[in-house]
Design a protein around this ligand. Structure first.
Ligand SMILES: Cc1cc2nc3c(=O)[nH]c(=O)nc-3n(C[C@H](O)[C@H](O)[C@H](O)COP(=O)(O)O)c2cc1C
Length: 172
């Protein structure tokens, strides 16, 4: 194969997010995700490439709603905890010592310690067994912490993923 296993790093750095969802029983789940991209600015549509065996993918398939919580540099340790595989029904936010509060348009909560919140409702869930999976979602509500952004550019350090165990951060 002419493709190095780290080829995808050419497309990094990427902003790191915690994606919050609820399972069918209403239990909170949080997973770490970096492969997100807007597909359209207007109407606002977002793509999330979530592995089909993740609880996040399962929950979104079943309940449609999720929140993308943009993480500051200071949450690197917590982000790594939320990337671990916990049994179904475990709230990773509790495991990581993070707190949450209600969203405005969807049932999954926002993470309090994050810099911005993007509330989404899935319109298409795609799963190609053993290969890839992704979710296309309508963005219903976007809010940022005033002290963290100027014109949607980070004025506090936002956590970036370079691939593997490598991270960086940026502020403008
Ligand atoms: C920085 C970072 C970024 C990640 N980005 C993604 C991603 O974009 N898509 C994905 O499927 N998994 C990604 N992962 C792996 C998930 O976090 C991991 O599978 C996690 O267990 C998912 O949680 P869940 O099962 O609670 O949904 C990433 C991990 C890290 C540390």
């Amino acid at each position: 194969m002419l493709v190095d296993e780290n080829w995808y790093r050419l497309f990094h750095p990427k902003v790191v997010s915690l994606v919050t969802t609820l399972n069918k029983e209403g239990k909170i789940n949080a997973g770490t995700f970096a492969w997100l991209t807007p597909l359209s600015d207007s109407p606002p549509i977002l793509l999330l490439a979530a592995w089909y065996e993740s609880h996040t993918f399962k929950n979104i398939s079943e309940t449609k709603e999720f929140v993308v919580n943009i993480t500051p540099k200071q949450l690197k340790k917590e982000v790594q905890i939320c990337a671990k595989t916990f049994p179904e029904g475990v709230n990773e936010l509790e495991e990581a010592g993070l707190s949450w509060f209600p969203s405005k348009t969807v049932k999954p909560p926002r993470v309090k310690e994050c810099m911005a919140w993007v509330e989404c409702v899935a319109r298409e869930v795609v799963k190609k067994e053993e290969e890839y999976s992704f979710i296309i979602a309508d963005v219903k509500c976007v809010e940022v912490k005033e002290e963290c952004y100027r014109n949607f550019m980070p004025k506090k350090e936002v956590l970036l993923h370079l691939g593997g165990k490598d991270y960086s951060s940026i502020k403008v």
